[in-house]
Design a protein. Structure first.
Length: 155
């Protein structure tokens, strides 16, 4: 009757979670959470190369609300450089994070000041709070797709 099956990914590249053993599933979930934690640590330290190294070669990075889509490590790294040059005093507070064998969902709130013209949908000088919900798709311990849903608020 319905279009979706519970527990089965509609993405043909994703592993079917129903085919893994509990031990394998737990191992993949831990590895995925560790990869995303390393991603956020590298972002916080503004280490573009370390962020880039956590991605697959065919990474897709998307922020649908701002109509941004980048493909490949070079384009994604260039986007991070612009982003880091446009933000100051970035603070991120994690609200929730959970994972499956092939995905990590992270819900956070970021606060910062906009100092550059690139990247952002608010005027330079604005103090903002951004609710960020990330969906990471992982493959073989690396991030294959990052989708960032952003809700911007001037504070």
């Amino acid at each position: 009757m319905g279009l979706f099956k519970v527990g089965v990914s509609m993405n043909p590249k994703s592993r079917n979670p129903l085919k893994s053993t509990p031990a394998r599933r737990d191992s993949l979930i831990k590895a995925n959470l560790a990869a995303v934690a390393a991603h956020f640590q590298s972002e916080s330290a503004r280490q573009v190369e370390k962020v880039r190294d956590l991605y697959t070669d065919d990474i897709v990075w998307e922020a649908p609300a701002r109509n941004l889509l980048f493909r490949g490590k070079k384009d994604v790294a260039d986007n991070y450089r612009k982003m880091f040059a446009s933000l100051k005093d970035l603070e991120i507070r994690n609200l929730d994070c959970f994972a499956t064998e092939n995905r990590v969902v992270d819900d956070s709130v970021a606060r910062c000041r906009v100092i550059g013209p690139d990247f952002l949908p608010v005027p330079i000088g604005s103090q903002v709070e951004i609710r960020l919900v990330h969906i990471f798709e992982l493959r073989e311990g690396k991030i294959a797709k990052e989708t960032a849903f952003e809700m911007w608020k001037l504070v």
